[in-house]
Structures are given as structure tokens and as C-alpha cells.
Design a protein around this ligand. Structure first.
Ligand code: NOJ
Length: 796
């Protein structure tokens, strides 16, 4: 356990008891990581977990919550439901500034965007000493991919297909944030994202509900640890509930139309997984869902979340989402907006102030009941009690910086980055040898492009972390010596001149090999960063073509929060790596990958489009009545048979790279898929379903994967199924399992997955989750577009 040992050495400043707790915790994380590495096979979203002690579902906390509730006045109860941003705003307008007086009067339950521990203590002191009931303030922040130690963006973390690394990364984030006094993060974002135009694709785990569920649970476990009241745990917040990722045309905040069937099949499962993993909170989304804004939607907030899933935690609105019910058009004034959000099930109002302004009157006039108010307040108090805030309201200001940037945290960020890279292309040149990894002899490297020496993808709310990041050029210079690395910006991300391009061309001509670092600035993805064009921004395409025109070997490193449509590059550049936004260790992680110290193993969690017109693009689509199938669609249709198909006349249907795709410096071959049973029974599957979690496998599927190359490598093996003949059309493939294996050159490994009753169940034409008679295809494959299927059948 070298990781644990080195962690403990470096935590020698911690008190003995804390070190012991940490040690136990890390063992359990590694153990969980181990279990995760064995593979996921089973619909995570359909299981229910026991309520662990010290978590949000722990009923032993209820007596304390009730005791506090009994003593509260109407004003104090409403106060617990009010949240403001008291720091750098992360949305338009904050409404008020008189927080100190309000806290003293018990009118604020939570503040966020306060990052300075001294400020946190200042506000907390008022709550603890001046407010009548001494209820601590809950401090929140968008700790999205690290607090100060910056990890890859969530899309990159998901591309590792490794929930254990996500869990460890979010645990580091929790440790740093908690030491700073922040006990609540607005993360993970578990929205399914099928459209690369939507900038927030960067913040999530991509397009698949199975993978998304595994990642959602991993984040929650990492943030919350085994007990919420541990010194290094913070409350998670699964967001944005729900359907936000389906924004029409990929335009942020836009409306969504999602049938109940699709909602249950695709968009809800990651939230369910977060709830089952014990998330302390959820955030209601901005979007309207079938005409009803998610922040005033009793179906999703009450029926599904509370009644069906039994969620006992806190629901906070998104930024001013209560106020935005007015422009949405379902409220003509603030009081109506507050009432609609509140009775629909939003407990806490983020920044709009409308609960503060209106809830007391709403209660007095009987438009909402005392029971509803008490229940909302319980949800808030439960989180505060579970976090141990009443016992430990203050942060140790002197100790806070000591939790930051631990060498092992940065090492973990580097490992995460290395595992997040997706090798999109690595063509063989003359002599049949692939360009990557770089061989000795490539002594003179030109690093060209706006992102080659200028990585600044700091996590939100932290300028410090990004400033510490090492660029690709700096890391290469450290490895090879400054004299071997030349740097040319070429162009800016959005601007540039022909002269700058010409200078970069001269630089390329003098080099043995060119590393071209292109893509998006960090602020070009995330919130309010939708793009209608998905090519390289600014003049970067011109730079790319000019550099490739030199005839020098070019390796393109793409930095982005989404896939970019670069058909020219994929045709003309021999080697391309999707690096996403890799975080604090960007430079060394890329340098080690370029030189083959690590072998890329990341795989795409979103379908990579050829052109923006294909969006939304996702592998788990329906077949349609006129599927184009394997037909060659590269040329315009010339006959009736190829014309009247679900296709474009000017673009292929297939993605540039499919979901699940990712290359390696070695190669793998897959044997056929074999399954343990050709015939299942719907009745038996349904019996298994109603018996709940822990059912034996209904079927096993197996294949053999061989490393046919000359290097050791890791391969993410994926299991997909398709059901045919069901009451509701099912996708052409659905991921039901994945597992990472390490294989030595020449070695063959058997990989076996277990499929459980829930893997064969569907949301049927009555929106019930049940198995039906069907034909089944089962693939074990390297991605969502390849592999040979085994066939089976579900009888009645
Ligand atoms: C709005 C974003 O949609 C949400 O994700 C974030 O947590 C809040 N602002 C708070 O910053």
C-alpha cells in the first residue's frame, strides 16, 4: 500500500486520532476501488442501499432534528430555507448584502462562495453567538474538479472509466474544502449530456446512464466518506435535477422535452444512484421539463424523489431558479414563484430571496402547510446535524492551508489526468511504426499553439490551483532540457495573425517533431458556454493546416471541455490525443504519455461528432423504422433504397469516434461473446427484481481479450445488450457493464460479466420497470460500435 504509506507520512502533522480515522478511510476507499476495478455489472440505478450511520439517511439523527425544530419560530424556520452568495457571484445578481444582520436574526440557513476561512468564521460566529437558536450556517461552493488541487474536468475523469479514481479525487477535494470551512459542494453534476454544443457537457460523465450512475455514486462516496461528520467529509449535491442536459439545440438554460419513459431510462438513473449512495442534497435545475420548470415540478421533486426513492436530504434550487419561474411564464410575481417552488418540493432558495420575502405570508395565508414547512426545515437541519456542524461550527484557520496541494494529491491528479487521455489516432508512418510514443531521436521538439505553454484550467473559484499547473512545454523542457524545446504560440485561442503563424511554421521546420496544443480556453465550456460551432476556435485551424503543411510529424493535443468537430485534422494529422482540461498536472501527464511512460487507456464517454449537424449524437439511440444500418453513406443517395432512410444526404450517421472508443500504444483483439444461458424467463426475472438487490446473476457473459501488441496495456472492456420485441422500442445498445484489465504483451485474459434481473428490465409502456419477453443481443466489445453479439431470448 505505498499510496497509503506516503499519505500517512505526509499527514504527520495530524493528530493521532485523525490519522487513524484517515487510515481506516483510505483503506476503505482502496477496498471500494478494488471492488470497482473488478467491474460493474448490474443496474446501479435500481438498487436501494441501507442507510449508513452518520449519513443523511441515518434515522438516529432525527430526534436531534426534531428537538431543534420544536423550538423554532416561523421566521427562523423560513430562515433555514434561505441561501445567499456572499462572495464572487456565480450567476447574475445576488439581491442583498446585509447578511450579518440577517444571520443574527436567524434569517439565513446557508451562504456560499465564501472561500476565505476567516470570513467563514466571521459569519459563523454571528450565527453561533448572536442568533437565538445558534444554528450554524452551512457553507457551500462549486467544488467541481478539485478545490485547490485541480483534477481533470469531470468529462475527463469519466473518460478514465474508473470510479475508484473519481472517488479518490473527490475525497481529496473534500479534504481540502472541508479544511477551508466549506462543508457542502454543488457537485457532482450527473446530467446526461448528448449534445456537444452544450458547454456543461464538460462537467458531467457524458451520455450514458450506466456509466453516469457509477460515476455519480463514486463522487458521492468520495465527498461524503463513510461519515458526513468526519473532518474531511463534505456534503454532496447531485445536480441539476432533472433533464438539464437535454437543453434544446444545446443552448444552456433552454427548455427540454423528455417523455417520462426517456426520463426514467436515461436522465433519472444517475440521480437515483447518487441518492442510493447517500447524497446529502440535490439541486433543482433551471430548465423547464415538458413545460413545467424543474424548480416547480412536483412530479420529479415529490413523486419520484421523495415517494419513489425515499430521499431524506435537502433540495436546493439552482441560482435564482425560483425567481426565474417568472420569466419561464408560470408565475407573474415573486410570491407565486416562491409558492410554486416550495409546494413542489424545493427546500432551499438559492439567492432569489423570494422565500425570505414571501414564505411567511404564504404559510400564514394557508397556501402552504406547516407540515410542508417543517419537512423542508428538517431536510436542511438533517444535513447540518449529519455534518456535525453543531459540534464543530468553526474552521481552524491556521490549519486550512496545510490541507492543500499535498504531494500525493497532486500525484493523484497526475494519475487521473494520465488515465483520462483518449488516444484518438496514432497512425503508422513510413516503416510501419506509429508516431506515438515518441522515440529517442526526437530531440528537438517544437511546442506550438495557444495551449502549449499556457495551461490555465483552474477550477472555479480558485485562481491559485491553475497558476500552479505545469504546461506541456515546461514539462517537456524539464525532461529534455530547455535547449531541446522551442515554443511558439502560433495564434491565440480566439485571435492571431498571419505573421505569428509564419513564425510558428519556421519553428516547426527546424524541429524533429511538433507538439501542437490546440483547443478551447477553460471558459469556453461549463455554464453559459454553449457553442454553435464545434471546430477549433479563432485561427487555430489555419495554424493547424500550416504546421501540417511543413511535412513534419505532428502530434495534436486537443484541450477542450467537449469533443470538437475536426474532420480535417483526423484525416491529416497522424496522432491526436483528447486531453480534455487535465488539471494541475497537465504538463507532466502529457509529457509522460507522449514518451510512453504511460500507455493511454481512456475511452470516450461521449460520441465524437463529425459535424455539428449530427448533434444530439449518442450511441444508445433507437433504431427508427428506417435505419441506415451498415449502408455506406459517404456519397449522396442515388437510388430509392438508400434515399428513404434515416440519414443525412451530406453527412454520415456514424460518429467520428464512437462512445467507448479509445486507442492504446498496444493493440487488443477480442474473442467472441459467449453467454451462460440462451433462454431466460420474464416471470423469473421479475421475481428477482421484486426480491430487490443482491439477486444472483441471471446470465453471465464472457470473452477473451488478447494483447496483440508489444507493450503492456490497460483495456476498458465493455458489455452491451439490446432487447428486441419489447412493448417500447429499446436502444440499439445499452451499456450494462465495464471493467478495466491490465494485459501483458501476448497475454490473453478472460473477462466475465454477470447480468442481473435489473439489466434485462425496461421501463415498459406503462412506465413500470419490468422484464418482458424479448430477443437479446449481448456484446462484449472495446467500444459501442464493434464486437460480435451472442443471442438469447427472454420467454414469458
Ligand atoms: C449555477 C449553476 O447552474 C450551478 O451548477 C451552480 O452550482 C450554481 N450556479 C452555484 O454557483
Amino acid at each position: 500500500m505505498p499510496f497509503i504509506a506516503s499519505c500517512m507520512r505526509n499527514h504527520s502533522w495530524l493528530p493521532e486520532r485523525t490519522r487513524a480515522v484517515l487510515l481506516r478511510k483510505m483503506f476503505s476507499i482502496l477496498l471500494l476501488g478494488g471492488i470497482c476495478a473488478v467491474g460493474f455489472g448490474g443496474a446501479l440505478a435500481q438498487t436501494t442501499s441501507p442507510s449508513p450511520r452518520g449519513g443523511i439517511a441515518d434515522k438516529t439523527l432525527d430526534a436531534r432534528v426534531e428537538a431543534i425544530l420544536q423550538r423554532m419560530t416561523l421566521q427562523e424556520k423560513v430562515g433555514q430555507l434561505v441561501q445567499y452568495s456572499a462572495g464572487q457571484p456565480t450567476g447574475p445578481g445576488t439581491g442583498r448584502t446585509d447578511y450579518e444582520d440577517m444571520i443574527a436574526r436567524g434569517q439565513i440557513g446557508s451562504l456560499f462562495n465564501v472561500i476565505d476561512p476567516h470570513e467563514i468564521n466571521k459569519y459563523q460566529k454571528i450565527a453561533m453567538e448572536k442568533s437565538r437558536l445558534h444554528i450554524p450556517i452551512l457553507f457551500g461552493l462549486d467544488v467541481i474538479h478539485g478545490f485547490k488541487t485541480e483534477f481533470p474536468i469531470p468529462l475527463g475523469l469519466a473518460s478514465t472509466w474508473d470510479p475508484s479514481i473519481v472517488e479518490k479525487a473527490s475525497h481529496v477535494a473534500a479534504m481540502e474544502a472541508a479544511a477551508d470551512g466549506i462543508r457542502w459542494t454543488f457537485s457532482p453534476m450527473v446530467d446526461i449530456a448528448r449534445d456537444a454544443r452544450w458547454g456543461r457537457m464538460a462537467e458531467g460523465a457524458g451520455e450514458d446512464p450506466f456509466l453516469g450512475s457509477a460515476m455519480a455514486a463514486a463522487y458521492v462516496r468520495g465527498y461524503q466518506g463513510s461519515r458526513l461528520d468526519a473532518a474531511d467529509s463534505i456534503a454532496a449535491c447531485a445536480k441539476h435535477y432533472v433533464g438539464y442536459g437535454a437543453a434544446e439545440a444545446g443552448r444552456d438554460y433552454n427548455s427540454t422535452e423528455i417523455s417520462e419513459h426517456t426520463l426514467r431510462q436515461f436522465y433519472l438513473p444517475p440521480f437515483r444512484a447518487a441518492v442510493d449512495a447517500g447524497t446529502a442534497s440535490l439541486m433543482s435545475a433551471f430548465n423547464s421539463l415538458n413545460g413545467v420548470p424543474s424548480t416547480a415540478n412536483p412530479f420529479t421533486l415529490k413523486q419520484v424523489l421523495r415517494k419513489e426513492w425515499g430521499f431524506r436530504g435537502l433540495v436546493v434550487s439552482d441560482w435564482n431558479a425560483v425567481g426565474e419561474l417568472i420569466p419561464h411564464g408560470i408565475a407573474n410575481d415573486g410570491a407565486t414563484a416562491a409558492r410554486k417552488a416550495f409546494v413542489a418540493g424545493v427546500d432551499m432558495d438559492m439567492v432569489s430571496s423570494l422565500y425570505h420575502d414571501n414564505l411567511q405570508q404564504i404559510l400564514r395565508s394557508g397556501q402552504a402547510t406547516q407540515a410542508e414547512l417543517d419537512e423542508a426545515v428538517r431536510h436542511v437541519l438533517r444535513v447540518k446535524v449529519a455534518l456535525g456542524l453543531f459540534e464543530h461550527p468553526y474552521v481552524d484557520e491556521a490549519a486550512a492551508p496545510k490541507a492543500l496541494y499535498h504531494p500525493e494529491s497532486i500525484a493523484l491528479a497526475q494519475t487521473a489526468a494520465e488515465r483520462s487521455f483518449v488516444l484518438l489516432k496514432n497512425a503508422s508512418g513510413a516503416g510501419g511504426k506509429a508516431l506515438l510514443p515518441l522515440a529517442c531521436g526526437n530531440e528537438n521538439i517544437a511546442v506550438i499553439g495557444p495551449l502549449g505553454d499556457n495551461y490555465s484550467g483552474a477550477p472555479q473559484a480558485d485562481a491559485g490551483g491553475g497558476a500552479r499547473a505545469t504546461s506541456v512545454a515546461a514539462a517537456l523542457a524539464q525532461r529534455l532540457g530547455e535547449s531541446h524545446v522551442s515554443r511558439f504560440k502560433g495564434v491565440g485561442i480566439l485571435d492571431g495573425t498571419d505573421e505569428e503563424i509564419a513564425a510558428a511554421v519556421v519553428g516547426a521546420q527546424k524541429a524533429d517533431v511538433v507538439i501542437l496544443a490546440l483547443g478551447e480556453a477553460p471558459e469556453m465550456s461549463g455554464e453559459a458556454a454553449s457553442r454553435a460551432h464545434l471546430g477549433l476556435p479563432g485561427k487555430q485551424q489555419a495554424l493547424l493546416e500550416a504546421i501540417v503543411g511543413t511535412g513534419k510529424p505532428v502530434i495534436l493535443i486537443l484541450f477542450s471541455g467537449r469533443p470538437l468537430t475536426l474532420p480535417w485534422a483526423f484525416e491529416h494529422v497522424p496522432a491526436v490525443i483528447a486531453a480534455w482540461l487535465p488539471g494541475i498536472a497537465a504538463g507532466p501527464a502529457i509529457e509522460r504519455t507522449l514518451f510512453g511512460d504511460v500507455n493511454p487507456s481512456g475511452k470516450l464517454v461521449v460520441s465524437w461528432p463529425r459535424s455539428v449537424g449530427q448533434e444530439p449524437l449518442y450511441y444508445n439511440h433507437l433504431n427508427t423504422g428506417r435505419p441506415a444500418g451498415d449502408m455506406d453513406l459517404t456519397r449522396p443517395p442515388s437510388d430509392v433504397a438508400s434515399r428513404y432512410l434515416s440519414r443525412y444526404i451530406d453527412e454520415q450517421n456514424t460518429p467520428q469516434f464512437p462512445f467507448g472508443y479509445g486507442g492504446s500504444y498496444t493493440s487488443f483483439s477480442y474473442g467472441g461473446t459467449t453467454i451462460s444461458r440462451q433462454r431466460l424467463s420474464a416471470a423469473a426475472l421479475n421475481k428477482g427484481l421484486s426480491a430487490g438487490a443482491g439477486q444472483p446473476a441471471a446470465m453471465t457473459a464472457e470473452t477473451e481479450v488478447t494483447n496483440t501488441g508489444s507493450r503492456p496495456g490497460e483495456e476498458v472492456v465493455q458489455l452491451y445488450i439490446q432487447l428486441l420485441g419489447t412493448s417500447v422500442a429499446e436502444p440499439v445498445r445499452m451499456l450494462k457493464g465495464f471493467r478495466t484489465i491490465s494485459i501483458a504483451p501476448g497475454e490473453a485474459k478472460k473477462v466475465k460479466f454477470e447480468l442481473r434481473p435489473q439489466d434485462f428490465a425496461i421501463w415498459n409502456d406503462h412506465n413500470q420497470f419490468a422484464a418482458e419477453a424479448a430477443k437479446i443481443n449481448v456484446w462484449i466489445s472495446p467500444d459501442s460500435a464493434h464486437g460480435s453479439a451472442a443471442q438469447a431470448e427472454i420467454g414469458p
